[in-house]
Design a protein around this ligand. Sequence first.
Ligand SMILES: [Zn+2]
Length: 267
Amino acid sequence: MTIFYYSIVFAYGLLIGSFLNVCICRIPLEESVVKPPSHCPNCGTRLTAVDLVPVFSYLFLRGKCRHCKAKISLKYPMLELLTALIYLPLFYKYGQNGHYIEFFAAAYLMSILIVVFFIDLKHQIIPDGLVILGLAGGIALTVYNLFRPVAIFHDRAWWNPIVGMLAGSGFLFLVAIIGLLIYKEEAMGFGDVKLLAAIGGYLGWKMTLTALLTSIILSALVSVILMALKIRDRKDHIPLGPFIVTGTYITLLFGWDILKILYPSFV
Ligand SMILES: [Zn+2]
C-alpha cells in the first residue's frame, strides 16, 4: 500500500513539474501561464495530450517535436523529475498517517520556490505574484492551524507563523537597508525580504530563522567555492533567492535536527 501512495505522489510531482516548466518560462516574460495552451516554440503547433505526458512524452518522442522534429530541451523532463523527487521526501516526512494537509502545504510552498529558484537564477528577480501566492498559502495554513494544529509548526501558538513572517524578513530587511545606506546600491534585493515573509507563514519563527541561517551558510560556501575555482570573482552578484529555496527545503526536512545541534536549549 505504501508503494501505491508514493507512486501517486511521484506522478503528482511530475504533473505539477510540467506546469512549473510553463511558469518558469512565461512568468518572467509577464505572459499568462494558462493562455495560450502549450505549443512548440519552433513551429508553434499546439501540443496535444500525447505530447504533454510528463517525462514519458519526451522519451516517446525521443526529445523531438512531433511535427517539425525540432529538439525539445532536456530541461523540461528534468524539472518534472526534480519536482517529483522533491515531493517524495516531503511526503515521507509530513504525509504519513493521513497528515495530507501538511504534505500539500509543504509541496505547495516548494512548488512556488522551485519556480523562484530558476527565475531568480536566470533573471535576478523574484516576481511579486509568486510571493503573493506563497503568502496566501501561508495565511490559509495559519488559519487551519487555529482549528487543528499542524505538525510543521511544532508549536501550537497562534502567533507563531505570524512572528515567522516578521522574523526572517525583518532581519533581511535590516540587512537590505544597511546595504543601501552604506553601498548606495541594492546589494540584497527586497524580493528576498518578501520571499522570507511568505516562507515564515509555513515554518513558524524558529524554523524560519533556521532556514535563513542555512541559506546564508550555503550561499557563503558556494561563493567561496566559485571564487576558488575562479568561476566568479568577488564583485559578481550571486542571487540569494536560490539559496533561500535550498535552505528552506533542507529546513523542511531536517530543520529541527539542525536547531538541536546549533541551539539545543531553543528546541
Ligand atoms: Zn515543432
